[in-house]
Design a protein around this ligand. Structure first.
Ligand SMILES: C[S@@+](CC[C@H](N)C(=O)[O-])C[C@H]1O[C@@H](n2cnc3c(N)ncnc32)[C@H](O)[C@@H]1O
Length: 424
């Protein structure tokens, strides 16, 4: 899209000032190249666990460097992996994170650790010899794991659940990753899904010395995590105040104090079903079936929501083009939910709302989610500063094909949009 890849932050700032007068205030950018101190999207602890639709850290760093001032409070009401918190620490900002998915607690605790002094070999040995057991309260357990693996998993999880110091967090994510590998779930896709590949994977494992493979893999994962924690600490994260509210429904929660900048990426229109994707992890972490089912019921955009008046012509224009009633219902639920959240939480946001949205289509119709958010929030007194348009790398590699007729790259390059709104 553009070659801003090597611009320094100062150059980028000037360049953005020049382009701010674009008629529609849309500015192309490559976030992943905009923050020299964070050299890659998977640097440090920014990718120790595969959470669907995760922010790349550079987006948050960009917002903080450009809009935040000393002493400001940063808030993400759909925090997912918690990237907003992990980045806020680097720049020394206090933060608050909310998410329906309780896995955020584990990721956050692990990702923000100081490098611990431990002997990995001794630790894995201790885990191997532990007598404690843990079996998740999951009626489908035997569907997802061959019975041969249950004792080894039960022992490892029993040991980890018995810990209550930082060592617990050195083991949790590595054990989650290994548990996923030892399940019939296909660890290559986000959803918990039994594929041909994953069934074969288990058949092959069962033929091998899988106990040795299990512990070797765990050890490797722990070493890898330790390396990532050290890398994150090179960025000199600060001790800042923070609060995490996990397992909560953002639609029904109010902010009890003022924040300065809200940065978030709301759930997708064709949603990911985050709870379903992380179900296996949640069961092993000790949540029960009822609790997990109740979380699923609250996910946007599948749950019903109170109606509100939407002040956006584009919202109605695109709504009219959707013919199937069930898709129209999804569209309505989605916008009523997210606009409600932004309107009501926005009352407690003193300076900026920065909302990151990905591409969305209903059937073949691309939905301009960003423009609809802007129109509605403008009617509530927010000023649209600018929209940054980023190109999605992985999708581009797979999806943008050369058109054989013209020999040119076809126009389906996917973009993600970061909308910046300022309180007037
Ligand atoms: C696009 S993801 C956010 C990803 C995040 N930016 C990150 O870096 O990982 C949207 C999040 O909204 C959460 N979510 C969905 N419905 C919710 C609700 N009713 N209340 C709170 N969070 C919800 C999902 O669990 C998911 O983590």
């Amino acid at each position: 899209m553009m070659d801003d890849g090597m611009k320094s932050h100062e150059q980028l700032k000037l360049w953005i000032e020049e382009k701010k007068d674009f008629p529609d205030k849309k500015i192309p950018i490559l976030f992943r190249n905009s923050i020299p101190e964070i050299p890659s999207t998977t640097y440090g602890t920014f990718a120790i666990y595969k959470y669907p639709a995760k922010f790349i850290p550079q987006v948050i760093a960009f917002v903080l460097k450009r809009y935040a001032k000393r002493g400001m409070k940063i808030f993400d009401p759909f925090a997912g992996y918690g990237t907003v918190g992990i980045v806020s620490r680097i720049y020394g900002y206090e933060y608050e994170l909310w998410d329906l998915n309780p896995i955020i607690d584990v990721i956050h605790e692990t990702a923000t650790m100081k490098p611990p002094r431990i002997n990995v070999v001794d630790l894995v040995e201790e885990l191997k010899n532990s007598k404690r057991e843990f079996i998740p309260k999951w009626s489908n357990l035997n569907y997802w794991f061959p019975e041969e693996f249950i004792p080894i998993l039960s022992k490892a999880w029993g040991f980890v659940h018995s810990l209550n110091d930082e060592i617990k967090y050195i083991l949790l994510i590595p054990l989650i990753n290994v548990t996923r590998y030892f399940s019939y779930g296909d660890e290559k896709v986000h959803k918990l899904y039994k594929s041909k590949y994953s069934k074969r994977k288990i058949e092959e494992l069962l033929k091998k010395d899988w106990k040795r493979i299990f512990y070797t893999m765990l050890e490797k994962e722990v070493y890898n995590l330790l390396r990532k924690i050290i890398e994150y600490n090179y960025l000199r994260p600060k001790e800042v105040k923070y609060r995490i509210r996990s397992g909560i429904d953002t639609l029904e929660t109010k902010l009890d104090y003022e924040v300065n900048i809200l940065i978030t990426s709301p759930p997708y229109l064709q949603a990911q079903e985050y709870i379903r994707s992380t179900k296996l992890e949640l069961f092993w972490l000790g949540y029960d079936e009822n609790y997990i089912r109740n979380l699923s019921k609250k996910e946007i955009p599948y749950r019903s929501v109170d109606r509100m008046e939407i002040h956006s012509e584009k919202y109605y224009e695109f709504r009219d083009r959707i013919e199937e009633p069930h898709l129209r219902m999804l569209y309505d639920r989605y916008f009523h939910a997210i606009l409600n959240v932004f309107a009501s939480l926005g009352e407690k946001v003193a300076n900026y709302m920065c909302i990151f949205v990905g591409p969305a289509k209903i059937r073949t119709i691309p939905i301009p989610i960003d423009d609809i958010i802007i129109e509605h929030l403008q009617s509530l007194g927010w000023k649209h500063e600018v929209t940054f348009i980023d190109t999605i790398v992985s999708r581009v590699m797979f999806e943008s094909k050369i058109n054989p007729a013209s020999g040119e790259r076809d126009g389906r390059i996917k973009t993600e949009h970061l909308v910046i709104l300022k309180k007037e």
